[in-house]
Design a protein around this ligand. Structure first.
Ligand code: GLC
Ligand code: CA
Length: 550
């Protein structure tokens, strides 16, 4: 079995993790200073979001040079030291490769702007007049996906910000350049890669208007995407690295192909369907109560189909683009600890590779910013204006942002109860919520029953039990939408995982019985009987284990 199937990955957003030099911005030396903490979690890899040179319009997802380190974050020596020191602790570094687009500051784009034909063909330029974009496609950050360059009399495609120009993967030279970048980092000793929105790299030859949507149906999992990933892998030896693709608006059939080892594309995929169950009509910017029936259905489908066809899921609730899960599907007030632990248990016992996003292991919450000036993210600021133009009041727009903004996941990591949460000596680039006085590493180290120590236990269970790594998955039907129950089975080992996603007690229609069961982990004090569950307390989660003697 491949190593990634036993692993747990810790995601770091450097800008918000730890500031070593008091400029209010997290940096690489900050990460180095916290390696012992990360090691203490028991994780196997660190995935860091980009720290390459960049104008930071999208916090580093707009790369100017893939081989240089942004001085804000440190130097190449710092990165080498990070790789080495993590390695000494048995932790591999995974880098974030943003290969769908570059910053418009990238040398290639700058040359293209000057009319250099070679480099114009690195991007997607189309002829046109200033008033009509080539298609009606929309940028993921709002507005047209096209930007006009008057000196060239052409438009270029940007699925994200105007400063993030999409690369033309149909050009073999582009693919060669990107392979070289991978080789460069492989030679530095990194152990893996996360590929940003990698299922968007292949656009159709002929671009047309989307009569029913924003254009995504034409380029998500596009015509040559599998071919290009196979080529990237074959030509760089990527197969020996742990790789994960971020897949935007994808489907299971494609994810099976991306992650089935026989296809030699990637180790695993992130998909986001389970994080849209509270989007009204699929719109992130319209609030809705989570649809738990749908949540259950999605996990069941993705877990079972990926298993049947030998695909592999990246398991996660949080990342730098998502609100904090305890504020979203849990209850950050009365059941803060219970709900954070339940959500963690549910994810960590599934089939796949779990990812923990910095601060998730503390039960960090959305920061609850109530003023537009507290926000930093391009997407949030665009949408604040879009929402107001659509007729939402200031209050409504701010309420939506406080639940949906990507900045919810970007507030400073909470290390202690000090003025700036122990993140920095100076005022951070984005502010930390009040609750850092009790939600922080220092406080949770002291508390045996903390969310932090609970995560440590979950991570160590995956290491110890083959059934968590490899077992098959079966969801067990329950009448109540908020009760999610699944079994994992492997050669004589069985696991039952029951989770109550609600703030009230749930009595299952039939008691869940599990002969010979012992409790591996529960977020409430011990139960009377461990082989029979008659009621689940608010946000309770229980994992029962049974080794069948053969
Ligand atoms: C991914 C990243 C996100 C970024 C976008 C464009 O979704 O996670 O932060 O803005 O790609 O690169
Ligand atoms: Ca700094």
């Amino acid at each position: 079995m491949k190593d990634y199937k036993k692993s747990t990955i810790y995601q770091i957003y450097p800008k918000s993790f730890c500031d070593s030099n008091g400029d209010g911005i997290g940096d690489i030396r900050g990460i180095i200073s916290k390696l012992d903490y990360i090691k203490s979690l028991g994780v196997d890899y660190i995935w860091s979001t980009p720290f390459f040179t960049s104008p930071l319009h999208d916090n580093g997802y707009d790369v100017e040079n893939y081989r240089e380190i942004n001085p804000v974050f440190g130097t190449m020596e710092d990165v080498e030291e990070l790789i080495a020191k993590a390695g000494e602790r048995g932790i591999g570094i995974m880098l974030d490769m943003v290969f769908n687009h570059t910053s418009t500051q990238h040398e290639w784009f700058q040359k293209a702007l000057k009319g250099d034909k070679t480099y114009m063909d690195y991007y997607i330029f189309k002829d046109g007049t200033p008033d009509t974009p080539p298609t009606n496609w929309q940028s993921k950050f709002g507005g047209s996906a096209w930007e006009y360059v008057s000196s060239l009399k052409k438009w270029y495609l940007h699925l994200f910000d105007t400063t993030q120009a999409d690369l033309n993967w149909d050009n073999p030279s582009v693919r060669e350049e990107l392979k070289e970048i991978l080789r460069f980092w492989m030679a530095k000793g990194v152990k893996g890669f996360r590929f940003d929105v990698v299922n968007l790299i292949s656009k159709p030859e002929v671009l047309e208007d989307d009569e029913t949507g924003d254009g995504r149906k034409f380029y998500s999992d596009g015509p040559h995407v599998h071919e290009y990933l196979k080529e990237l892998s074959a030509d760089t030896g990527m197969e020996n690295y742990i790789t994960v693709g971020e897949m935007s608006s994808t489907n299971i059939d494609h994810c099976i192909r991306y992650s089935n080892p026989d296809e030699k594309e990637l180790s695993m995929c992130f998909n986001f369907h389970h994080l849209k169950v509270d989007y009204k009509d699929g719109d992130k910017w319209e609030l809705m109560q989570p649809d738990y029936r749908r949540l259950k259905e999605l996990f069941e489908i993705w877990q079972t189909r990926m298993e049947q066809q030998n695909g592999w899921n990246a398991l996660f609730w949080c990342n730098h683009d998502q609100p904090r899960i305890v504020s979203r599907l849990g209850n950050e007030k009365e059941y803060w600890k219970e709900s954070a632990k339940m959500l963690a248990t549910f994810i960590h016992m599934l089939r796949g590779t779990p990812y923990i996003y910095q601060g998730e292991e503390l039960g960090m919450t959305n920061p609850g910013y109530s003023d537009i000036r507290a926000y930093r993210d391009v997407e949030s600021i665009h949408y604040y204006n879009i929402l107001k133009n659509k007729g939402k009041t200031e209050q409504e727009a701010l309420e939506i942002l406080s639940q949906r903004s990507r900045d919810n996941g970007r507030s400073p990591m909470q290390w202690d109860s000090g003025k700036y949460a122990g993140f920095s000596e100076q005022e951070p680039w984005i502010s930390a919520p009040e609750n850092h006085t009790f939600i922080n590493v220092e406080a949770e180290e002291q508390d045996k029953d903390s969310i932090l120590n609970f995560y440590r236990k979950l991570i160590s269970l995956r290491k110890r039990y083959g059934v968590i790594q490899e077992g098959t998955v079966q969801f067990i039907d329950q009448k109540q939408p908020e009760l999610l129950v699944y079994m994992r089975t492997m050669k004589g080992q069985k696991l039952l995982v029951a989770s109550n996603f609600s703030g009230h007690e749930i009595v299952p229609e039939e008691p869940l019985s599990f002969a010979g069961g012992e409790c591996l982990i529960c977020n409430y004090p011990q139960r009377d009987r461990e082989d029979r569950i008659e009621v689940l307390r608010p946000y309770e989660s229980i994992v029962l284990f049974c080794a069948e003697s053969t």
